[in-house]
Design a protein around this ligand. Structure first.
Ligand code: LMR
Length: 395
């Protein structure tokens, strides 16, 4: 029969781990795998600004008719400004509302495949676990460039630049705009400038994934490197998400942004994206984008949202410091890197055995690649985590 030859698809490592943790009956369990922020009570709250915007929408919205192929234009404009700032000209920038950054990544991958099916997409080693499957699903070749040095817990800048120096116009380089997933190790501004130079010199296409703006230094600082690059290169692709910085995970809110060498090329890129979306889901769901558009276009609400985001950011910073301290009192090692890393994640270089023992003996769930979601830890859990780690790494 039609489907009998199908075998079961491999489960997604992040989502599968999260449901494994949900099924774990041990009360002390900790889900430090999936990239979701939790507050001191261990919850992922809805932003107050989001609640207020939703109330307004509930009262004001008078139709559920289609919004339009490009999505919510106020949302697209506000997101473009949020990411690129208000200093650069936008004549070559085109933005499309997408279902989350994953939706944007896939549409942009399909766009690459339409124009250069033999292109190679270069991902950092390591990168977000869903990057490679998305690009492969679009039929593209994927390779990895050196990025994170597990020994120093820093970027292996020299090796990365040497790899970039060998690329050309058939290559696409995926860069994490800030808060690198899964390592937390970000490019410095100088390194962004150097990557920009190489992109100009070698002609490879920069593709930015910006999923955590505001979770590192600040909304503006986190975008500094991206703004520099996008101001200087003739063409780029960018995927961004409102899952984390607006806490709208399940609403699937994001944008795909493109810039071509001329306005006409940019128009063609956008029209192809719209066509790709139409071929698959027609247009993005409205609600989350309408919420974000409302917040970003209302001075008081935007202020509220920024303050709430700052609170999240500060909690993560405190947790990083507390964790560094808790580990340094138990291990004779330097854990400064935990404070240096940005955003939700860090990678400690734990062995596969330690990761497995944390899961089976302590009900502490980290991704198999060792990614630890700092934003999933509350202060009261920091010592428990550090002590558990000591006990599984003892012998
Ligand atoms: C993560 O990295 O854990 C999140 O972005 C969730 C996802 O969609 O994979």
């Amino acid at each position: 029969m039609f489907f009998n030859a199908l075998s079961a698809a491999a489960p997604d490592p992040i989502m599968a781990l999260s449901s494994l943790c949900q099924q774990d009956a041990r009360p002390s369990k900790l889900d430090l795998g999936i990239g979701v922020y939790r507050n001191e009570a261990g919850n992922t709250p809805i932003f107050e600004a989001v609640k207020m915007a939703e109330q307004t929408l509930l009262h004001q919205q008078d139709s559920k008719a289609y919004v339009g192929m490009q999505g919510n234009l106020r949302f697209n404009q506000a997101m473009t400004t949020l990411i690129l700032g208000d200093q650069q000209p936008y004549d070559r920038v085109r933005t499309l509302q997408t279902p989350g950054a994953s939706g944007a990544l896939r549409l942009l991958a399909d766009l690459i495949a339409r124009t250069q099916p033999h292109a190679t997409v270069w991902l950092s080693d390591p990168s977000y676990t869903n990057h490679e499957p998305i690009f492969r699903a679009a039929g593209l070749k994927v390779r990895h460039y050196p990025y994170f040095d597990l020994a120093t817990k820093q970027i292996n800048h020299h090796a990365m630049m040497s790899q970039f120096a060998q690329l050309d116009t058939s290559d696409v380089v995926l860069l994490h705009g800030c808060c690198h997933n899964p390592t937390g190790a970000d490019l410095t501004f100088t390194q962004w400038q150097q990557v920009t130079e190489l992109a100009l010199h070698r002609g490879f296409l920069p593709f930015i994934d910006m999923a955590y703006q505001g979770f590192g230094q600040s909304l503006v600082q986190d975008a500094k490197g991206v703004r520099y690059l996008t101001e200087h290169v003739p063409s780029y692709l960018l995927a961004s998400s409102c899952s984390k910085n607006f806490g709208l995970y399940r609403e699937r809110v994001g944008v795909a942004m493109v810039a071509g060498e001329t306005e006409t090329v940019s128009d063609h890129m956008l029209s192809q994206l719209i066509c790709l979306a139409r071929n698959s889901y027609t247009m993005s769901p409205d609600h989350g984008a309408a919420v974000v558009a409302h917040i970003l276009n209302d001075i008081a609400l935007k202020d509220n949202w920024q303050n709430e985001l700052y609170t999240l950011n500060q909690r993560i910073r405190h947790t990083r410091s507390a964790l560094r301290q808790a580990l340094e009192t138990r291990f004779d090692k330097d854990f400064r890197f935990i404070e240096q890393h940005q955003g939700m994640f860090t990678m400690m270089g734990l062995s596969a055995d330690s990761i497995k023992r944390l899961r089976t003996e302590k009900a502490i769930y980290l991704l198999d690649n060792g990614r630890l979601n700092i934003a999933g830890l509350t202060s009261s859990q920091v010592d428990h985590f550090a002590e558990s780690l000591r006990s599984v790494t003892e012998e």
